[in-house]
Design a protein around this ligand. Structure first.
Ligand code: GRG
Length: 295
């Protein structure tokens, strides 16, 4: 299966399962809240984190069936971060996944709550994933909490917020990327692998793959913010310059940022050398696809 078909078929499976797992729009005590949650989840999105979760499970000999609720948990948690990131107190954005942002449609208070509820639902979805001889639900939950809490995802966002309007070192920019972007990508591959009872060595190699992939992903995101259009990206562009953010692109220029993204992608590919060929091929193709992506 080529990578584009794989992305499409995976997105369809994940969306079907999300539709089953999330409360319907008319469910009380607040139909508005459930509508707001579903609005952002089903607004589109590439569903890259679920894809990485499912393919990492397969690379470790596991099954899509077993990892599917973990994949849904990752997309649900990711969607919470997007809703909160778009709020007026954060990036203050009007457009996301080609549609008006959650707070533009439902108001700021409801958008905060929709994000909160999605974050909580993510853990409920993850708790449905069966344990195995190596990992139990407490390991899955601990892993997601660790990588998305104050030490990584939320911490990275805090560093980003504190850095606005002041010069940052390349080291500080890297720490922001590791936290706000790479940590959730790492959680995606680790949870997929853990659902497949992966070995400690497999987990280590996949984590190296994910961290490099995550850094490349954020670099491409920053490059597209400069070079693309809202029509293609489905979100506003030029935000970093407007917010006077010290991005990697602003510091070293577009070409060097692209080179660094290429280097990170090569390092991600390299980390998988010890995996059997068909399993690693897909994960390596995902890395190539993300380097070349246009949205
Ligand atoms: C509690 C306010 C608050 C924040 C929580 C929001 C947050 C912490 C962190 C996330 C910061 C963030 C949005 C980082 C950017 C990561 C990124 C590049 C997202 C875009 O991902 P894609 O391109 O989006 O996969 P789609 O729409 O395709 O799913």
């Amino acid at each position: 299966m080529d990578i584009h078909t794989l992305i499409q078929t995976t997105a369809k499976k994940v969306e079907q399962r999300l539709d089953e797992l999330l409360p319907r729009e008319d469910v009380e005590p607040s139909a508005t809240l459930h509508s707001a949650m579903r609005y952002s989840i089903f607004a589109g999105g590439k569903r890259i984190r679920p894809l990485l979760c499912l393919e990492s499970a397969k690379a470790c000999g596991g099954s899509e069936q077993i990892a599917l609720d973990a994949a849904c948990a990752l997309e649900t948690l990711h969607t919470y971060t997007l809703i909160h990131d778009d709020l007026p107190c954060m990036d203050n954005d009007d457009l996301r996944r080609g549609k008006p942002t959650n707070h533009k449609v439902f108001g700021e208070g409801m958008a905060v709550l929709a994000g909160d509820a999605l974050l909580t639902e993510a853990f409920a979805m993850l708790a449905r994933v069966p344990g195995n001889e190596r990992y139990g639900v407490h390991d899955y939950v601990g892993e997601l909490a660790r990588l998305t809490g104050s030490l990584f995802l939320v911490g990275g966002q805090a560093l980003d917020l504190e850095g606005e309007g002041r010069p940052l070192s390349l080291q500080e920019i890297r720490s922001i990327h590791m936290g706000k972007t790479a940590a959730l990508i790492e959680a995606s591959v680790r949870l997929g692998a853990m659902s497949a009872a992966c070995s400690a060595q497999q987990l280590k190699l996949l984590s190296t793959y994910a961290r490099n992939l995550g850094l490349a992903f954020q670099l491409i995101d920053d490059i597209l913010d400069v070079t693309s259009t809202p029509e293609v990206l489905g979100k506003s562009v030029g935000k970093d310059v407007k917010a006077q953010k010290a991005t990697y692109c602003a510091m070293v220029g577009l070409e060097e940022a692209r080179d660094e993204a290429r280097n990170r992608t090569a390092a991600a590919r390299e980390a998988l050398c010890e995996f059997p060929v068909p399993a690693r091929d897909v994960l390596q193709s995902i890395a190539d696809y993300l380097l070349q992506r246009e949205f």
